[in-house]
Design a protein around this ligand. Structure first.
Ligand SMILES: Nc1ncnc2c1ncn2[C@@H]1O[C@H](COP(=O)(O)OP(=O)(O)OP(=O)(O)O)[C@@H](O)[C@H]1O
Ligand SMILES: [Mg+2]
Length: 217
């Protein structure tokens, strides 16, 4: 597939350990099947830079080094950072892993306010990561409460379970189960209003290629 425009995807969350860096790597693995992917590591903890060095994956670039290419994905720290507002305004889509719990519901407020302030709420795609017991009434209640409190936020119906194989993807490829769940999220996002056409196409294409590849294994 030829992608003509460069797409900028930010993985964001103001809370620590929600799965930003892991999500970025999952996205890198999925999108690498449809185009070139550059990574920008804006987190001073440099999780990705260090693990990519260990695993000999692609070197993350400084923003000034990013030239032409299909996708640029940004890993971010769990706190507000310089250039954050301009990055949000200029990117195409914001992917937000979210852990669901009463405390997490309150902790989302500053991020919601930032999305509103920067008028980027429509770019935001939130998905629940490390979902435990998603069929329980409490989980469903918290999901409903999230949508009531944060009116206008896109929250994926699909979620990612707590999976060792997803946790390990910085070091190895995803297993079929983790990949399947992650691709369902990408597919759902591709159907969302306001997602740029190039991203829609590439998310669908990445899902298709990954499914086919796994089926033929
Ligand atoms: N779906 C999942 N199932 C199991 N473990 C997960 C899942 N997602 C993330 N983890 C684990 O949770 C921990 C935190 O993940 P990660 O480092 O990606 O979060 P982060 O948001 O980037 O953290 P930080 O805010 O420190 O940058 C890691 O040990 C990771 O392997
Ligand atoms: Mg991180």
């Amino acid at each position: 597939m030829k992608i003509n425009e460069q797409s900028h995807i930010v993985v964001l969350s103001n809370a620590g350990g929600t799965g930003k860096s892991t999500t970025l790597e999952a996205l890198r693995q999925a999108l690498s099947r449809v185009g070139t992917v550059d990574i920008v590591d804006l987190d001073p903890q440099k999780t990705l830079t260090h693990t990519y060095k260990l695993t000999k994956k692609k070197r993350p670039l400084d923003p000034s080094e990013v030239k032409e290419g299909d996708f640029v994905i940004y890993d971010t720290p769990p706190f507000f950072f310089e250039y954050e507002k301009s990055l949000l305004k200029n990117c195409d889509i914001i992917l937000i892993p979210f852990k669901v719990g009463r405390k997490d519901l309150v902790a989302f407020r500053p991020l919601f306010d930032l999305l509103q302030e920067t008028k980027t709420l429509t770019k935001a795609c939130v998905f629940i990561n490390e979902a435990r017991k998603p069929h329980t009434n409490l989980f469903k209640y918290l999901r409903k409460l999230f949508l009531e409190i944060y009116d206008g936020v896109f929250l994926c119906e699909n979620e990612l379970s707590r999976l060792d194989s997803f946790a390990d993807i910085l070091y190895s490829d995803m297993t079929e189960k983790a990949l399947g769940q992650f691709l369902n999220i990408l597919k759902e996002i591709s159907e969302k209003k306001n997602v740029p056409q190039t991203i829609k196409k590439s998310f669908i294409e990445a899902s298709k290629i990954c499914y086919d590849k796994n089926r033929n294994k």
